[in-house]
Design a protein around this ligand. Structure first.
Ligand code: SF4
Length: 202
C-alpha cells in the first residue's frame, strides 16, 4: 500500500517554509504544501513563515501530536543549517529524530533559480516529493556511543599542520605531527620576513 511502511501506516506531515522573502519571494510555499498533500502517506501539509523560529517549531510539535504524525518533512533550507534543530524539535514530542527529513528548497531552489520562478516551483515540488518518498522508507535509529582512543596524527608540518596539531593538543588530545622534511614550517620557514609586521616568519 502506498501509505504503508511494513506494518506501519504512514502519517507524514510536510512543513513548507517561507524564510521571509528567501523562499516566498520566488515561489508560493502554500502551493508547495498543497501539492505535498497529494503525495502518498501525507496526511497533513501546510506552510509556515519561519520554520526554525520557536513559532515554527511549536507548530510542528503540536501537529505531530494532533495528527499523530510518524514522519515529518521540512521543506526549507539546507540540512546543514537546521537538521539538528528539527531533529531535536520532533524528539521533544517523542518522534524518533531520524524520522525527520528535509528538502532544500532555498539554497538548491529559490536562491539558485530566483530568475526563473516557474522552474524554481517545479524543482521545489520535485525536491519535496523526493523528501517525502525518502521519508516513507525511514526507520527509527538509536544514537550509540563508541569508545575511541583520543590520539591523533597530523600529516604535514607546514603552518596548517602545526596549527592543527596545536589545536588538538590544546584540547588535551595526544598528537603526533609527521613531516617528511628534516624541519617543520613548510614554505613559511623559507621566508625571512612576513607582511605586514615584517616579523621573522617562524
Ligand atoms: S528553517 Fe531555514 S528556510 Fe526556514 S526560516 Fe529558518 S533558516 Fe529560513
Amino acid at each position: 500500500m502506498p501509505g504503508d511502511n511494513g506494518n506501519e501506516t504512514l502519517r507524514i506531515g510536510v512543513y513548507v517554509c517561507h524564510c521571509g522573502s528567501n523562499i516566498a519571494g520566488v515561489i508560493p510555499p502554500a502551493e508547495v504544501a498543497e501539492f505535498a498533500l497529494t503525495l502518498p502517506g501525507v496526511v497533513r501539509a501546510t506552510d509556515t513563515l519561519y520554520a526554525c523560529a520557536d513559532s515554527g517549531q511549536n507548530l510542528i510539535k503540536e501537529e505531530i501530536v494532533k495528527y499523530n504524525l510518524n514522519r515529518v518533512v521540512v521543506s526549507a533550507c539546507s540540512p546543514r543549517m537546521h537538521e539538528p534543530t528539527f531533529r531535536a524539535a520532533v524528539a521533544e514530542v517523542g518522534l524518533n529524530p531520524f524520522l525527520m527529513e528535509m528538502a532544500n528548497i532555498r539554497e538548491q531552489c529559490t536562491w539558485a533559480h530566483g530568475h526563473d520562478p516557474e522552474g524554481a516551483m517545479d524543482k521545489a515540488r520535485d525536491l519535496t516529493a523526493s523528501a517525502v518518498a525518502k521519508a516513507r522508507f525511514l526507520v527509527p535509529l538509536d544514537m550509540i556511543k563508541v569508545p575511541v582512543t583520543k590520539r591523533a596524527m597530523v600529516i604535514g608540518g607546514g603552518v596548517a599542520g602545526i596549527s592543527a596539531a596545536l589545536d588538538l593538543g590544546d584540547q588535551g588530545i595526544e598528537t603526533i605531527l609527521v613531516e617528511k622534511q628534516p624541519t617543520i614550517g613548510g614554505t613559511m620557514a623559507q621566508l625571512n620576513k612576513t607582511f605586514p609586521t615584517m616579523d621573522c616568519s617562524i
